[in-house]
Design a protein around this ligand. Structure first.
Ligand code: CTP
Length: 407
């Protein structure tokens, strides 16, 4: 992936999650971007200006009357390639809606013509309040990407939606926008089911057969779909220790058979189903109910009898509702007879899905990596090459292809 250095304004408003903005600034500078931090005056009650100055390497001010000779309240917005506000409090959302410009951050937002991402953080009641709902809708209708807050422990003893998404998730969304891809509400009103991660097939209560899938691509697809307005359910097998995509419902499963049950139930009224999971093709025929012992059960341990798992994708295609779009994945290495792409073309026909994302794997490519590449194939015979990019950038391209085919 080629990284191009961009001008990013990181806005910080006054909430307890302001400390997480420090990590976000670090992520952006490590990616090679030039960062200016613009806190609101209340944000500085949580994190000092010195911290933001040290991390960004640039001066920090909050007022339109600081560094007046540089006309910062205009220059910052004009020169920005992206404005990211994390955390964005309920108060800040309201002030952006009415177009206030009485501090450096709101003035910068009024000037900026680049993409703007808001990562809200507030108490659940505030997030659900009719005023905030209306403000979020208005901001989104103006093309601003308002991320869904994460669900979890809040400042007090309360729990619910309102936590700041993890800085890595915010940075990933920022990267999608910097790559010129859209996060507009093109999936609004659609129900989407996405499988992610690898299945685990029990040998006994301790051991299992599994695979190297990390779940990253499925989770990235879910995050982009949430951002585009879809109602998203993830059916997840084993995944790396990834934060749950904010705004998505998640159902955890173990084996392929459990995954099939969960997906069939979740997809009964889904508009789009994406099988990004790495489903084990086989499972042990007779899993033991107690731990197999080396000296005692050597036969069972040395000769493993396997049976085939159901092909979940094929089942979804066979039972597809009218208008439902089914998306498959293919992990291909290519061989002496066929390239990875040729294998994918055959698989699209064989599986009968509408869109197939083919990853070229092997030699350390794709599995567990943050980047992905390959081809997107559609039932109309189109093949789009997907250049190396983050799994979020790839997810945005996959959704573009799905949206073009759906309906
Ligand atoms: N898949 C599935 N159920 C299975 C195996 C795979 O639903 N039992 C889905 C995967 O989620 C993916 C697609 O089918 O979307 C292709 O998976 P892949 O492992 O590449 O294909 P296989 O069907 O296993 O074919 P082959 O082993 O011949 O490559």
């Amino acid at each position: 992936m080629t990284l191009v250095s961009k001008n990013i304004v990181v806005g910080v408003s006054g909430g307890i999650a302001a400390y997480k903005a420090c990590h976000l600034v670090r992520l952006f500078t490590e990616q090679g971007h030039r960062v200016h931090v613009v806190p609101t005056p209340t944000a500085l009650k949580f994190v000092g200006a010195a911290t933001f100055e040290a991390l960004s390497g640039n001066p920090v001010s909050t007022s339109v009357f600081d560094a007046v000779d540089e006309v910062r309240h205009v220059n910052l917005g004009q020169q920005a390639d992206l404005v990211v506000i994390a955390p964005a409090t309920a108060d800040l959302l309201a002030r952006l809606v009415i177009g206030r410009a009485d501090d450096l951050l709101t003035a910068t937002c009024l000037v900026a013509t680049c993409p703007i991402v808001l990562a809200p953080a507030m108490h659940t009641e505030m997030w659900h309040h009719a005023a905030t709902r209306a403000n979020v809708e208005t901001l989104r209708s103006r093309g601003i990407a308002v991320l869904e807050p994460a669900h979890g422990r809040l400042t007090g003893k309360d729990t619910g939606p309102g936590r700041l998404p993890e800085p890595e998730q915010i940075a990933a969304m920022a990267q999608v926008l910097l790559a010129g891809q859209k996060l507009s509400r093109t999936l609004e009103g659609l129900r989407v089911v996405i499988s992610a991660g690898g299945t685990q097939e029990d040998l006994d209560p301790v051991r299992y057969l599994g695979n190297r899938s990390s779940g990253r691509q499925g989770f990235a697809l879910a995050e982009v779909a949430v951002q585009r307005g879809a109602e998203v359910t993830i059916v997840a097998g084993a995944t790396d220790n990834l934060p749950t995509p904010p705004g998505a419902r998640i159902i955890r499963v173990g084996s392929a058979v459990q995954m099939q049950e969960a997906i069939e139930e979740a997809s009964a009224d889904a508009d789009i189903v994406v099988m990004a999971a790495a489903v084990a093709d086989m499972r042990p025929k007779n899993p033991a109910s107690v731990k197999l012992k080396k000296g005692v059960d050597s036969d069972a341990l040395s000769s493993l009898e396997l049976v085939e798992n159901p092909d979940i994708l094929a089942g979804l295609v066979a039972d597809r509702r009218p208008g439902q779009t089914i998306v498959g994945f293919a992990a291909e290495t290519g061989d002496t007879e066929r390239s990875a792409l040729e294998h994918a073309k055959v698989k699209l026909q064989r599986k009968g899905c509408d869109v197939l994302m083919c990853n070229e794997v092997g030699n350390g490519k794709v599995f567990g990596q943050a980047t992905n590449m390959g081809w997107i194939l559609t039932r109309n015979g189109e093949v789009f090459e997907v250049g190396a990019g983050s799994k979020f950038e790839v997810a945005a391209q996959i959704w573009d292809a799905i949206e073009a085919v759906h309906g």
